[in-house]
Design a protein around this ligand. Sequence first.
Ligand code: PMV
Length: 327
Amino acid sequence: TTSSDKTVTAVAHTNIALIKYWGKQNPELIIPYTGSLSLTLDQFYTQTSVTFNANLDKDQITIDGQPVTGKSGQRVHNFLSIVRQESGIDLNAQVKSTNHVPTAAGLASSASAFAALAAAASKAAGMNLSLTDLSRLARRGSGSACRSIFGGFVEWRKGSDDTNSYAIPVETTHLNDIRIVALTIEKHQKPISSREGMALSVTTSPYYPTWVKVVEADLENIKAAIQDDDFTRFGTISELNAMRMHALTLSADPDFLYFNGDTLTAMNEVKRLRHSGIECYYTIDAGPNIKVICQQANVQTITDTFSNLFGPTKVTVAKPGPGVKYL
Ligand code: PMV
């Protein structure tokens, strides 16, 4: 037993993938079949404090002041056990987490949650991890969390095992007027989790092997678009890649779909805006909500349009955000 009473607090921001991660080569270690690329967002983050304490007879976990039990509690507990194993500490932990995601934003919080937890728990356990090792650790909680260790544009290099699957920042000053207009179409929990959806796509979609090939090309092309400061190419590739991911749900057996009627309405509206000269593109994750990719100059027109369609409380504008920080 190593004794420790130190409370460590970390903050991590969520991220939106432009080239999606969809499918695990190794579900236990969360090694993906493909690389992915994301943008960390300034508006949405998780703050987490961790204390390992000899007086606790089990892990105590709260999110927004509420005790966490069931499946989510088990997931956090399993993650803490990885930290215990890697640090050699064998104490239970108190974890207090707060999500600063506007309730209406409809953004997944698992990326910011496991990035903040990895940073706070590893340091509280006495480890002093490099950002690369923090990214590897966060990946064990939720794949997309490995990207939230860094700010701005981030690439997750798929790797092949626990040591070489981690995210790296994309060094650039380009496309810094990029904005993500998040539209909340539905606040409820998705019926098929990303975990289940990925497994079904990998094992039953006849198009999965093609996806793996196509993503490699999409990744190279989007990185070139960033280096060329080419927003049109950047947006076009993002929208295409998102639709290719959703084609894996339609082609699974049984088939499933994350869109609802409002998702289609918003997709058509983005295309209508684009054809009228307001340049914007969409991306969609494992749920019905849409994120509109645009540049600062068009934010007002786009937020006005979607506020009229869905109501102003359903529209949140985000900018590029920072990497993980200790308080
Ligand atoms: O990290 P997870 O298991 O929540 O999966 C994320 C899946 C997508 O959001 C759809 C894509 C991505 O790369 O973030």
